[in-house]
Design a protein around this ligand. Structure first.
Ligand code: NDP
Length: 366
């Protein structure tokens, strides 16, 4: 088997791609004696399962505790992931983690409406808070979470897994280096056909909206990290082909446009009514980048005017959790932020998009 150093050298990784280096280093056989982030998962659903599986290959982060409203899951997941009974909690006993010195952070992976209440509760226990996207139902809630974590002296991170994906980082590096020239245009297409009409994603009180909260947020976030600026205005239009399934306040399809200080514009689509819709396109005066798929679990595929992006596929959640460990334990600054302020920037744009849909007017972002 190749040594880690040789493996990394052969890939000629630029410094910027360190997240990939940590993925390579995540091979279990490699010795690692640095600090390890001890993580509790809160809400044992579909995505938490993916995170738990991915964490089995982490080097710097370890799944040590489980928090669930379903006793049978605590039992089954506890056995599967080797989590001792004393590290399994219900929502009634979760405050007791405050006196468990073996937990550093809690990763909240519940329906969106529970992100804020659980974040406030976890912050009070003195543990770092990691929360899934969207960070909260709206910007006011996001701000409350930031304030609560600050007051409690804990850090707040949002599960933006694409911020560590190697091909994404390479495009950002090229844009920062001026290789695409002056950026003038971004297109983000994010969607899938949503199934079960009874699921929480289609309930406004639990999801906060519809496709925009769930999948459209990838295009918002992508427009920001691809262009490298914060938008100053938003326009948006909603289309609804199935008002029965997508009730008032639950958006099916929204087209939206973002304007940036440099003059660049983004044109995006968020929908729950089209599959195979996962594409980013960035265009500047000297070149372009095209990624399709751009935000799915991968492999991400991409090319620029200089050719294919040939970085190997990594398991996003493995790299994310190793990187989160470096951020929380060693103060590492990621190339694209993943803190509460980053989550809040997206929520402010989501709020503005909903306002633009409602009023039909261009909304300024202050
Ligand atoms: P699921 O419905 O599969 O799981 C949510 C879990 O939350 C449930 O299994 C349950 O776990 C817990 N829960 C607590 N209270 C409730 C309640 N009142 N109703 C329903 N569930 C409850 O959702 P997902 O895992 O798909 O999504 C969870 C979060 O993760 C969302 O915010 C979503 O946006 C995000 N996500 C992020 C992805 C990414 O790529 N970054 C991908 C998919 C989702 P228990 O039984 O243990 O209490």
């Amino acid at each position: 088997m190749k040594s880690r150093r040789k493996f990394i050298q052969q890939l000629s990784l630029p410094v910027i791609l360190l997240p990939f280096a940590s993925a390579a280093a995540s091979e279990k056989s490699l010795p690692y004696d640095g600090p390890v982030l001890r993580v509790a998962l809160l809400g044992l659903g579909g995505y938490a399962r993916m995170v738990a599986d991915a964490m089995q290959n982490c080097q710097k982060a370890k799944l040590v505790a489980l928090i669930s409203g379903t006793p049978a899951k605590l039992e089954a997941w506890g056995k599967k992931y080797n989590v001792a009974p004393e590290n399994r909690y219900s929502y009634e006993t979760v405050d007791q983690i405050a006196s468990n010195p073996n937990i550093d952070a809690v990763y909240i992976i519940t329906p969106n409406s529970l992100h804020k209440p659980f974040a406030l509760q976890i912050a009070k226990t003195g543990k770092h808070v990691i929360v899934e996207k969207p960070m909260a139902l709206n910007a006011n809630e996001g701000q409350e979470m930031i304030d609560a974590c600050k007051k409690a002296g804990v850090q707040l991170l949002v599960g933006y897994r694409m911020h560590f994906e190697p091909k994404t980082l390479e495009v950002v590096r090229m844009r920062q280096a001026g290789e695409f020239g002056k950026i003038l245009f971004f297109q983000g297409l994010s969607g899938f056909i949503i199934g079960d009409p009874t699921q929480w994603r289609l309930k406004k009180d639990m999801a906060g909206g519809g496709s925009m909260m769930d999948i459209g947020i990838y295009s918002i976030n992508g427009a920001r990290y691809m262009i490298g600026e914060e938008p100053i205005w938003v326009t948006a239009q909603e289309t609804k082909t199935n008002p029965e399934k997508f009730k008032e306040g639950v958006d099916e399809t929204i087209q939206f446009q973002l304007g940036f200080p440099s003059g660049a514009v983004a044109s995006c689509l968020s929908t729950y009514s089209l599959n195979n819709l996962d594409k980013f396109f960035l265009n500047g005066t000297k070149g372009f980048a095209e990624m399709q798929p751009s935000t799915g679990y991968g492999p991400i595929k991409g090319r620029t005017n200089k050719g294919e992006l040939n970085y190997p596929h990594v398991t996003h959640q493995t790299v994310q959790m190793d990187e989160f460990a470096s951020i929380l334990l060693e103060g590492k600054q990621p190339l694209i932020p993943v803190d509460g302020a980053e989550g809040l920037r997206d929520l402010k744009i989501v709020d503005a998009i909903y306002q633009a849909v409602k009023t039909g007017k261009k909304v300024s972002l202050g």
